[in-house]
Each structure stands twice: as C-alpha cells, then as structure tokens.
Design a protein around this ligand. Structure first.
Ligand SMILES: [Zn+2]
Length: 397
C-alpha cells in the first residue's frame, strides 16, 4: 500500500513549472496525469473507461451495477495553478481504496473514481464542462462548437466524437452518491487548528459578467484632458466600485482579466473589456452587488462620456449539498466542521442530480489557483482516512 507522500510525489512533477502548474484540459500534461491515473487504477484491479464527454472513470465492482458510490475530482488546472486543486481528490480516492482493502472491507456497491474533464474552464471557457455534459446541463452543440484560444475545437482537442457529447442519463442514474474531496480554497479550517478535514454545506451562487467599455481613441500627447472620452477611467472606477460593493456585503468581487484596445502606451484607449467575477452567500445578495456595481458604473460612464454594456457569461445558482448525507458524514467524522465555499466544483453540478457531499482538506495558506496552494502530508493523510471512512459507510455497509 502506497502512503500519501510517495503516491503524491509520483504525480507532482507532471505539468509543474516555477510559475505553478500548467495542466490545461487535454494538454500533454493533463493527458499524462490521466495516464498515471489509469496505471494506478489498473494496478489496483480497477477497470478504466473514458466516457463520450472525456471524463475518465475507474471502477471497483460492476460499473453498470447501479447505486454506485463515486468519488473523484479533476486533473486540469488554471494557468499557473496550485498542485492540489483537483488532483488531491483523485490521489486520495486511490489511497482510500487501499485503506478499505487493508481494513478487509469489501464494498457491496460499485465504487467509482472519476477524473472530470475541463473543470476549471481554463481552456474552453466553460467551468465544469465534463460534469455539465454528463448531467445534461449544457447544450452538446454549444460544447461541440467551443474553441480554445488557438482556435482548436473541443472535439479535436479532446479526441472526442462530437455526436457522442452530451447527457449520459444511464451513467448518471447508476450513481447513488457522489463525494468529492478537495483542497480548501480559503482559511476557514486553518483558523481552527483542530480540524484538518471539513464538510461542505453549500456553494455560493456565482457568476461572470463581461463589461465592454467604449470611448474615443486619441493621442496621449495632444488631446486635452477635458476633451477625452477615456474608457480606461470608467474601467478603473469599476474595479474599485466592485471591491467596495463586495466588502459592504461580505461577498466577493474580482476583476482578474482585462483587454485593452489598442493597448498602446501613447494612445488613449478606444475600448476596454473586463470580466467581473462575483460571488455571495445568497442570490439576493449577489444580485444586489451586481446591480449596485452596474448602476455606479453607468453613472460614472456618463461623467466620462463613455459607454458601458454588461453581458452575463455564466450564472450558477446556490448549491446546497444533500442535508442527510452532509450530516451523516459530519457525524461519522466526529463532528467535522461544516462550511460553505465560494468556489464552484463538479460536485456542485452533480448535486442537482444525485445525493452529493464534499470534504475539504485544510490549506494553511488559504491560497488557491496559485503556486502558494498547500496542504501538509499529515492533513492529506487525514483526508484519505476521512474519505475511507465515508466510502466504508456508504459502500460497504
Ligand atoms: Zn478544483
């Protein structure tokens, strides 16, 4: 039986660079992770298959047997991401099966480990793409038409038949419960030193808005300040207004991506496009935040004599995890803390279709989607033990 540090070390170098992990969906690095997963699963006697949506599944017992207990996560990363976001759930799942074997526990239900495709949406722009396709939460034709930044269509990048993309009701109906273990993306557990592992209560509603600012491109040296219609000013105000609106509501707002045209040092920009990512504990708070920002920005645009338009690119409702499963797992783990999260997950997609739960492993830095993301070997081992307890309870009793 492998221990956490040695199994982790065999995966960790794949896609690693000094600036963090680069494991785009279906890149060489992400494919190497999946090959690693296939080999590890087969070495444990599991049968491995990839579905029509590019998700890889490893099965202990009859994959078609029904009422399966499925765990897993994803291998893909954001550009320059941390090593734990995603892979920790899959490595922990493999080790949890080792623990079951060591304990002499025999599952009476099929147990599956899944590596979902394109969870981050970093390559094709749609987060949780593999799980959304599985669950029928995205139009397969829309997915088939997605292209990455180099113009490569999704089916080509993934090596998938476009006609095979889409809902997989039979597979979904065979899942009795889904449990995703994930690195915590925050410091709630780190603030409580007695708790290496927590249980998720909910995922905050969240969305992405594209903001298009237009003004008048002109000469930086000759255009009088009073004559300018500078969309960069309206944009800059927006960043500050979003930050303030979020702070006032204990919510989160981020402008992390911006594109400027023509992007020249000595030219007043003609246009700026920015993306607002906003998240809050409930939908009315989120709506209030975004309405507030957009109203303030419109007011500011009038003063700057610029124009602004906002387009919703995605909006995910609040996910409340199955209360029975959540409480059962929290009790099983000796009263583990129950906490909400602002981050989206495949478990959030699955939760609308099957009883679903999430375990979080303490992250001392709280950092995620960046190289500072971390977890100690001891806490990761505690996560494996917790997942093994959950699989024993759900699949072996
Ligand atoms: Zn993740």
């Amino acid at each position: 039986m492998a221990d956490f540090p040695s199994l982790w070390a065999s995966l960790a170098p794949i896609g690693r660079s000094p600036g963090g992990y680069y494991r785009w969906a279906w890149s060489d690095a992400e494919r190497a992770c999946r090959l690693w997963f296939t080999e590890q699963a087969q070495a444990r006697g599991l049968s491995v298959e990839t579905d029509g949506n590019g998700n890889t599944w490893a099965w202990l017992g009859d994959a078609g047997g029904g009422n399966a207990v499925v765990t897993g996560s994803h291998f893909d990363s954001v550009p320059g991401g941390g090593g734990f976001d995603g892979p920790l759930g899959i490595v922990s799942a493999l080790l949890a099966l080792d623990v079951l074997k060591e304990r002499g526990e025999t599952p009476v239900r099929p147990v599956g480990i899944v590596a979902f495709a394109e969870e981050e949406g970093s390559r094709f722009g749609v987060a949780c793409l593999g799980s959304r396709l599985l669950c029928g939460d995205i139009d397969p034709a829309r997915a088939a038409a997605l292209r990455d930044r180099d113009g490569v269509p999704l089916p080509e990048a993934a090596g998938l038949d476009p006609t095979g993309l889409g809902p997989d009701p039979k597979r979904l109906a065979g899942i009795g419960a889904f449990v995703e273990l994930h690195i915590e993306q925050g410091r709630a557990l780190a603030a409580d030193p007695g708790a290496p592992v927590g249980v998720a209560s909910a995922i905050w509603p969240h969305g992405r808005w594209r903001l298009d600012f237009t003004g008048a491109g002109d000469h930086a040296g000759t255009t009088r300040m009073a004559d300018r219609r500078d969309p960069m000013l309206t944009f800059a105000y927006t960043v500050l207004a979003a930050n303030k609106a979020a702070r006032l509501r204990d919510a989160h707002a981020t402008v992390g991506r911006v594109s400027v045209s023509p992007n020249a040092t000595n030219a007043i920009p003609a246009a700026v496009t920015a993306w607002l990512d906003a998240r809050a504990a409930d939908r009315s708070t989120l709506d209030g935040l975004v309405d507030d920002v957009l109203a303030k920005v419109a007011e500011r645009a009038a003063r700057d004599r610029t124009a602004v338009s906002a387009t919703v690119e995605s909006l995910s409702p609040e996910t409340t995890f199955d209360h029975g499963l959540r409480d059962r797992i929290a009790a099983l783990l000796g009263g583990a803390p129950v906490l909400p999260t602002g981050a989206g997950h495949d478990a959030g997609v699955l939760a609308a279709h099957v009883p679903t739960a999430m375990l979080f492993v303490r992250n001392p830095t709280g950092v995620s989607h960046a190289p500072g993301e971390s977890a100690t070997d001891e806490d990761c081992a505690a996560g494996v033990a917790a997942l093994a307890d959950v699989l024993t309870e759900l699949a072996c009793r």
